[in-house]
Design a protein around this ligand. Structure first.
Ligand code: CP
Length: 315
């Protein structure tokens, strides 16, 4: 792996190796914590053009726990505000020789474009409605730890599929790892030809959730919507919000997941989200640190293997 731009194109072995390493880091963080020197002397730059709580913080924490120097670029106080383009910004940062650029951008494909202009490793921290690969990896790790496997599980992804990079990355990952994926949403929140994504499509929560092992809820991404997706948010919650009544259709031990940020009372009821036995939402956040440590480590070490070794005597 040179860059991590998406789950699409990763093999089951690539995914398994990343999850295994991430799992080791989760255990290490739980037991001893503290700082390692795996990435000592390496530099990670977080470049987020869209807001983030979980992804940005966990990349920062992951880099620091591995001993890297981590720089958070604030777009609002950068020269982007003076009109500098994405590519000029990337090339400017690249000239400072970082090892990894972690990039979130509002446009699908922007992170790939940027990766073609720099000679460091690039991690996609979410691009438009395209992909959010580290989210899918942390979701997979959460599922694997709770259920012992991914293969053969019935997973329902519910809500705003149309605008969701989380859904797209999860669909790729779950399909390639042998899970069966259902999408549940109103027609207005499904991509055209959703059936072609290798999933089953449902327009009704009760039918779609029947006998599911995993219920993955999504936030309504109103910031990406141009027209009304549903008559009202109240009606959306009535038909598609996850509450205990709808959850009865799933298996009794079905795991409840949400990538966050959550809108309580819109896509999920508060008591369901906070259900200590069944909700894995906080655990997903914890897995995020381990997954990002594994990704930073693998990409940094792959890059180091490619780069010529500097001779300190060369002038
Ligand atoms: N799940 C996720 O990407 O959350 P943030 O937007 O807070 O990073």
């Amino acid at each position: 792996l040179r860059h991590l731009l998406g789950i699409e194109g990763l093999s089951p072995l690539d995914i398994t190796l990343l999850l295994d390493r991430a799992n080791e880091y989760v255990e290490l963080n739980r037991s001893v914590g503290g700082k390692l020197d795996t990435l000592s002397g390496r530099t990670v730059i977080n470049l987020f053009f869209e807001s983030s709580t979980r992804t940005r913080t966990s990349f920062e924490l992951a880099g620091k726990r591995l001993g890297a120097d981590v720089i958070n670029m604030s777009v609002s106080t950068s020269s982007i505000k003076k009109g500098e383009t994405l590519i000029d910004t990337a090339m400017t940062l690249n000239a400072m020789h970082p090892d990894v650029l972690v990039v979130r951008h509002g446009s699908s494909g922007a992170v790939k474009l940027l990766s073609e202009k720099v000679n460091c490793a690039v991690i996609n921290a979410g691009d438009g409605s395209h992909e959010h690969p580290t989210q899918a990896l942390l979701d997979a790790l959460t599922i694997r730890r709770r259920k012992g496997r991914i293969d053969g599980l019935q997973v329902a992804i519910c809500g705003d599929i149309l605008h969701s990079r989380v859904a797209r990355s999860n669909i790729h990952l779950l399909n390639v790892m042998g899970a069966r994926v259902r999408l549940i949403a109103p027609k207005t929140l499904l991509p055209a030809q959703a059936e072609r994504l290798g999933t089953e499509v449902f327009y009704d929560m009760k039918a779609g959730l029947k006998d599911c092992d995993i219920v993955m809820m999504l936030r309504l991404q109103t910031e990406r919507m141009q027209s009304n997706f549903f008559p009202t948010v109240r009606e959306y919650y009535h038909f598609f919000g996850l509450d205990y009544t709808k959850l009865e259709a799933a298996k009794p031990d079905a795991l409840i997941m949400h990538p966050g940020p959550m809108n309580r009372g819109v896509e999920i009821a508060s008591d369901v989200a906070d259900d200590i036995g069944r909700s894995a939402i906080r655990e997903q956040v914890e897995m995020g640190v381990g997954v990002r440590m594994a990704c930073l480590e693998v990409l940094s070490l792959n890059l180091a293997a490619e780069r010529p070794v500097a001779d300190p005597n060369d002038s």
